[in-house]
Design a protein around this ligand. Structure first.
Ligand SMILES: Cc1cc2nc3c(=O)[nH]c(=O)nc-3n(C[C@H](O)[C@H](O)[C@H](O)COP(=O)(O)OP(=O)(O)OC[C@H]3O[C@@H](n4cnc5c(N)ncnc54)[C@H](O)[C@@H]3O)c2cc1C
Length: 491
């Protein structure tokens, strides 16, 4: 029984009537209540508890969604905004049933690329692959940041959740790049936030900044679709530099790897600095459960550098090498720097997938289960975090995968232990391991992102109670009937 029934919705309106109303709004071919259509929306790759929705609708226009919000509000029917369900946190699982609003299929227009002010105004369904192809063809001097997510994941979903990309080393989290949003509120109002608020009518060419007005955009960032439905989003683009180089550091030791991430971030010349444990590198040449042998390195660090001229690029490379030399002296020779492509040639062309993103990182899809706790971490805590989480992987007999990134010149880092697993056989053990990871990470002040429901329960227990009170007050004000993605963050 779904909560749609627990909310006594079907006592006030028959299911058949809801179906007919939805068909009136979206057309017959864009609405379904058939189990085989609903099932794929009921789960994701993670350990999150599945729950089947009651309906799925595929919108094409903003007005259709306004009608849906007004109708759902009247009967308190949950609406779960969905793009491609790739969030890796169970965030589009309809915990209380209701309607999946699948915006990935038909709301995927690139509304505007503003060349001089360097932003893209997008509908929610635009994918990373689509944006990259479009920019490469039509605006070759501009680029966006790309993630390890598959090319069919969405740019807007990722920005709304404060994701991280291959430019985050320089420019921080993807939520920082949001200039403004168009949102449907619970009462059906359509509102624009950011610099575009300054005109009565929608204009595509005034979406260049988020400040200096009160930051209402923040009411919708990292809220997991709980405060309104975003129908347009402007994200910053960056100049594409002609000269590019990949370096790769081979590292012995956890703290030594942390030192590289911290120090290379601070010199502000690398576009991206991310690290993985060396077992992952072996996965790219086909080993399913690779082992690390004695005397093999522990981590590899991928470093991207770019410049508008060859001279600029070379100057940056030289500065990286100089800094690296200093670190090497400090850590007593336990790190080595090489050319990324030389290393990729030894390991095989598959290894280039880490550099040429967006791409499908095939080793992550070995089984049907894939999960992680992603977090923003204190760079000073990375060493102990790596060591403790690596040992936990070993203790549980699960192949270790640890992914890290320096963010915004090392103001903070990303720390993410990743688990690939067989859902049928390993679900219970993975749930246990995830809980242990969480405790270690919280103990080290990590702030988890894209937080699944089970994790928010634990965070609520330990965080500032007044923060929770404020969260609840905002949610109640924005969504008094609790129709937007109910159940997330315990709300
Ligand atoms: C293999 C793999 C690797 C990944 N690597 C990275 C990585 O390197 N960096 C990174 O940042 N992410 C990564 N991700 C995560 C993922 O790509 C992003 O979180 C993603 O882009 C969001 O998923 P989505 O676009 O499918 O949105 P969905 O999962 O469909 O939605 C995400 C959230 O936003 C809400 N939402 C959706 N649409 C709207 C809307 N219109 N209005 C309001 N709320 C809405 C949903 O309810 C949900 O809470 C990875 C994922 C995978 C599978």
């Amino acid at each position: 029984m779904t909560t749609i029934k627990e909310r006594n919705i079907f006592e006030r309106i028959e299911k058949e009537k809801i179906l007919n109303e939805l068909i009136k709004m979206f057309g017959k071919s864009n609405v379904s209540d058939r189990q085989h259509d609903l099932y794929p929306y009921s789960y994701d790759m993670t350990e999150a508890t599945p729950h089947i929705p009651d309906f799925v609708v595929i919108p094409e226009t903003v007005n259709q969604i306004i009608s849906l919000v007004n109708f759902s509000n009247e009967y308190s029917i949950p609406i779960v905004p969905y793009i491609s369900g790739n969030n890796v946190g169970g965030l589009t699982i309809p915990n209380e049933g209701g309607i999946i609003l699948d915006m990935g299929k038909k709301m995927n227009k690139i509304v505007k690329i503003h060349e001089s002010m360097m932003y893209a105004l997008l509908e929610p369904g635009v994918t990373f692959g689509q944006l990259k192809k479009y920019l490469d063809k039509n605006h070759p001097n501009l680029k966006y940041g790309y993630t390890m997510a598959p090319p069919y994941a969405s740019v807007v979903g990722n920005a709304l959740l404060s994701g991280l990309s291959n430019l985050s080393g320089s420019y921080g989290s993807m939520a920082d790049w949001v200039n403004g949003l168009e949102i449907i509120l619970n009462n059906g109002d359509l509102v624009r936030t950011g610099s575009c608020f300054l005109s009565k009518e929608f204009k595509p060419d005034n979406w260049f900044a988020r400040y200096p007005i009160p930051d209402l955009t923040g009411l919708f960032l990292c809220w997991q679709g709980m405060t309104g439905i975003v129908t347009k989003c402007a994200v910053q683009l960056w100049p594409k530099k002609e000269y590019n180089m990949g370096l790769l550091a081979i590292v012995y030791g956890h703290e030594e790897c942390a030192e590289i991430l911290r120090e290379l971030g601070r010199i502000e010349v690398c576009e991206d600095i991310s690290a993985i444990n060396s077992e992952i590198a072996k996965m790219t040449y086909g080993l399913i459960k690779p082992k690390k042998f004695e005397k093999e390195p522990d981590y590899v660090v991928l470093i991207s550098i770019s410049g508008h001229t060859k001279e600029l690029l070379n100057a940056k490379i030289n500065y990286v090498r100089k800094t690296f030399k200093k670190i090497k002296e400090r850590v007593k020779n336990k790190i080595f720097l090489t050319n990324f492509f030389t290393f990729a040639n030894i390991l095989g062309p598959e290894f280039r997938m880490f550099y040429n993103i967006p791409s499908v990182i095939t080793p992550l899809y070995e089984w049907d289960g894939l999960t992680w706790i992603g977090s923003y971490a204190n760079p000073d805590h990375l060493g102990p975090l790596m060591e403790k989480c690596y040992n936990l992987f070993k203790q549980y007999g699960i192949g270790p995968i640890i992914y890290m990134k320096s963010m915004k010149s090392s103001h903070y880092c990303v720390f993410r232990p990743i688990i690939r697993y067989n859902k049928k056989k390993e679900q219970a053990i993975v749930e246990k391991l995830q809980k242990e990871f969480l405790e270690v990470m919280l103990e080290h002040d990590c702030v988890p992102y894209k937080t699944p429901v089970w994790m928010t329960e634990r965070i609520r227990e330990m965080c500032d109670p007044n923060w929770i009170k404020l969260l609840e007050r905002i949610k109640n004000a924005m969504d008094p009937n609790n129709i937007f993605n109910p159940g997330k963050w315990g709300l």
